[in-house]
Design a protein around this ligand. Structure first.
Ligand SMILES: *Cc1c(COP(=O)(O)O)cnc(C)c1O
Length: 396
């Protein structure tokens, strides 16, 4: 393969967006796409949202970056807001999801290597088909071979367990176990929600054995499911949580949230980031939380998600040859096909100007901006129906 100025790690498609308007992307030659991918669950306020733009513009003109050597009124304000709205007592800001998970892993290890802990507990149990990011620690945390190839040796300290299988998780716990790291709703894995029994069971196991429950809510967090964080649906609380993607609304921002107890190993000098929590990122995060913490907004996400899922259920009944199942929560919706999802995803994109995301387990991810209204929902079903009508699966 010839080398290109952009390192060719992504198989990029022919859509080349140059502008965004609310729930649409406009590409170089003027084609308009309905964006039900949202930069993979990132642009939750859609594109060109005035409140987010205003906040970023004002902050950019005031103070963009200072070092974490200085006090941070902006960081304190956003951290306090996250603390007020979640289980957490303390927050570390990052620039991405993988860094948020990385901080969560370090926080869990440091908890057990603390003077009051048991340093033998350094293994984290993770789950099949998980996705936690692309750094060395986060690829090591996933059992997916395709992300490991070429990058040996992996980081030790992870054990892989079947997803949503509580007995298997219980059987893996031993004197080396530090905790569990799990996506409450698997994203890349194919929009697979964990069962309530599984999540409650992991919480019980963690309590019983003195382990930490770490949630990766990088994709399912920040109002995507109709709750600020997905754990709220399960009636449990984690010890540590990684968040990113939607939290900056498109500005690079992530965070590792923790209880005071879980963060006991993270004292002075334990961790750091040059950009992490800079004033510009904090302004973006504040603007997003202004919108998504409004109970009426969360209700809008739940109601719109329910309406779309009910309609999708009906819709797939008319195409049993093509679709198998609808699953998800809020506006994190998976449409499982009877075949690999990629050809249909490409068909919707190239012939019906509808952007979704292909995922594992033959699933199409439907991740619209959370600000969609009736018009976008109608346009989505028009494009999807037309796409299902003229789709010809590639010969097997
Ligand atoms: C996207 C994602 C990540 C990685 O986030 P980056 O910002 O790409 O580093 C981690 N975990 C989950 C569940 C994700 O969906």
């Amino acid at each position: 393969m010839p080398i290109t100025p952009l390192m060719p790690v992504y198989p990029r498609c022919g859509v080349r967006p140059v502008r965004g308007e609310h729930c649409h992307l406009i590409d170089e030659d003027g084609t308009r796409y309905l964006d039900f991918a949202s930069g993979i669950a990132v642009n939750l306020l859609g594109h060109s949202h005035p409140h987010l733009i205003g906040a970023i513009q004002r902050q950019a003109a005031t103070l963009m970056h200072v070092s974490n050597l200085y006090g941070s009124p902006q960081g304190e304000a956003l951290a306090q807001r996250l603390v007020d709205h979640t289980f957490a007592d303390t927050v570390f800001f990052t620039n991405s999801g993988a860094e948020a998970v990385e901080c969560a892993i370090k926080t869990a290890r440091a908890y057990h290597q603390h003077a009051d802990g048991d340093p033998a507990r350094h293994e984290i149990i993770t789950f099949h088909n998980a996705f936690h990011g692309r750094t060395m620690a986060t690829i090591s945390a996933s059992n997916q071979e395709k992300m490991h190839t070429g990058f040996a040796p992996l980081l030790p300290g992870f054990r892989y367990c079947p997803f949503d299988d509580l007995d298997a998780a219980a059987a893996l716990v031993d004197e080396r176990t530090a905790g569990f790291l799990v996506e409450p709703i698997q994203g890349e894995g194919g929009i697979r929600p964990a069962s309530e029994a599984f999540m409650a069971g992991l919480r019980r196991l963690a309590d019983k054995h003195g382990l930490l429950l770490i949630l990766d809510e990088v994709q399912c967090g920040v109002a995507r499911t109709g709750a600020l964080y997905a754990y709220e649906h399960y009636g449990i609380e984690p010890d540590i949580l990684a968040t990113a993607k939607g939290i900056g609304g498109g500005f690079p921002l992530g965070a590792c949230l923790a209880t005071e107890r879980a963060a006991r190993g993270m004292g002075f000098g334990a961790h750091g980031s040059t950009y992490g929590g800079n004033p510009l990122a904090m302004a973006a995060g504040m603007a997003v939380l202004d919108v998504v913490t409004d109970p009426a907004f969360l209700e809008h996400v739940r109601a719109t998600g329910q309406a779309i899922m009910a309609r999708l259920e009906q819709f797939i009944g008319n195409h049993p040859d093509l679709f198998d199942q609808v699953r998800g929560k809020g506006l994190m919706i998976g449409l499982r096909l009877t075949m690999e999802s990629r050809p249909f995803y490409q068909h919707l994109r190239d012939h019906h100007q509808l952007l979704t995301v292909a995922a594992g387990d033959q699933t199409l991810r439907i991740l619209p901006p959370l600000v969609i209204g009736d018009a976008e929902v109608e346009e989505f079903f028009e494009r999807l129906s037309a796409g299902a009508a003229d789709f010809r699966p590639p010969a097997a």
